[in-house]
Ligand binder design. Structure first.
Ligand SMILES: Cc1cc2nc3c(=O)[nH]c(=O)nc-3n(C[C@H](O)[C@H](O)[C@H](O)COP(=O)(O)O)c2cc1C
Length: 354
């Protein structure tokens, strides 16, 4: 195996290993600072709750997806195959991890294609970084016959990584070109650092219509990159970023122009419901599903996803919401820290019931 391929595969394996062992750093998550309002007289039967939604223009029956993680090495090929089996059985979309390895080295393509082979009719998203060329992006889509393309933006991760990029000036232009020329929907996604209103506005101005705001609170690449280096001299940046909840607050005024997907630290069905209540169209999970397939297996993970969805429906009844639209309009109460964030950032919640 040539040295560069070996290094790339090694790096992906290290990311997976560190992510799996990462512990949650926040004792109080921002999700705990939001209350959905209890309703004493729900006028609903759980069976009639319908949380179907749209994601990147596709109708999906369940508002959940497996977010980008793996591919590019033997180990992560097997993880991709397992995650794809879960996605197929649970009927949810799945994104593969960054495909740059296979764009550069065709011999690694199989570690991504395995996802399409395991789930021929499923919704599958390709994934590239914003430094990709248009040809690279097109190749990634073709490689797995992707239904949509995720472009990840991960500046802090690159800047903390010793071997990472230092120049991001091509990103906006690359995104614009890809939007114009790639013939599948494009989703611009963060990797766990969240997005401010200004970042979202910039994306909107570039023509982006679908964003995955992937906020802070779950997998933390500032910590992962620090753990990978010998001298952990940028460890003080471990809390960099904007949480998933705060990013959803930041996105309020742009939600009529862009469809927002939420990911980053979603652990419980209640977290997911809070994301929908803050306007997300669908909710993605990465690390928690990675750990589940690796440590518990495929069948257990399928059950986990189905149970997760079922519990979301039961919570919907507790707030008397039948659809994702009802959840989005349901009353909620924000704790003082979030309220302070809203005030200082001059944000206003979208209209909802009181
Ligand atoms: C092991 C691992 C590898 C990841 N690799 C990628 C990647 O290649 N491309 C990408 O866009 N995001 C990648 N991510 C970020 C996730 O897609 C997601 O944005 C982030 O992990 C937050 O979600 P979580 O808290 O549920 O893990 C990776 C996450 C993990 C855990």
């Amino acid at each position: 195996m040539n040295k560069e391929i070996h290094q790339r595969s090694q790096r992906k394996n290290e990311h997976v290993k560190h992510a799996m062992h990462q512990k949650s750093s926040d004792t109080v998550s921002d999700f705990d600072m939001i209350t959905l309002l209890h309703h004493s007289l729900p006028d609903l039967n759980v069976d009639e709750v319908d949380l179907s939604t749209t994601m990147a223009g596709f109708d999906i029956p369940i508002p959940l997806y497996i977010n980008a993680m793996t591919g590019g090495s033997e180990w992560t090929k097997s993880i991709n195959a397992k995650l794809a089996a879960v996605a197929a059985a649970a009927g949810i979309p799945m994104a593969v991890g960054s495909m740059h390895a296979a764009i550069k080295h065709a011999e690694l393509a199989g570690s991504y294609r395995v996802v399409r082979e395991a789930n021929p009719d499923g919704l599958i998203f390709a994934n590239v970084g914003a430094d990709v060329s248009l040809e690279g992006a097109q190749q990634a889509v073709e490689m797995i016959r992707a239904d949509a393309l995720q472009i990840h933006v991960n500046a802090p991760q690159e800047l903390i990584m010793p071997e990472g990029d230092r120049d991001f000036k091509s990103w906006r232009q690359n995104i614009e070109r890809i939007l114009k020329h790639v013939d599948v929907p494009v989703i611009v996604k963060e990797v766990g650092f969240g997005m401010s209103r200004a970042s979202l506005q910039t994306l909107k101005d570039l023509g982006v219509r679908h964003v995955d705001i992937s906020g802070k609170g779950g997998t933390n690449f500032a910590r992962i990159e620090n753990a990978r280096r010998k001298s952990r001299d940028m460890a003080y940046l471990g809390d960099w970023g904007i949480s998933t909840v705060r990013t959803l607050l930041e996105s309020q005024s742009l939600q009529s122009d862009m469809s927002v997907m939420a990911s980053g630290g979603i652990i419980t069905p209640l977290d997911a419901m809070k994301c929908l209540a803050l306007g997300a169209r669908s909710v993605g999970m990465s690390r928690i599903l990675l750990k589940s397939v690796e440590e518990e297996g495929i069948e257990e993970t399928i059950d986990h996803v189905k149970d997760f969805h079922d519990q979301m429906k039961r919570i919907a009844v507790m707030i008397n919401a039948r659809t994702v639209g009802d959840v989005r309009e349901s009353p909620l109460v924000l704790g003082p820290e979030l309220l302070s964030w809203m005030t200082q950032r001059q944000l206003v919640l979208n209209e909802r019931e009181i």
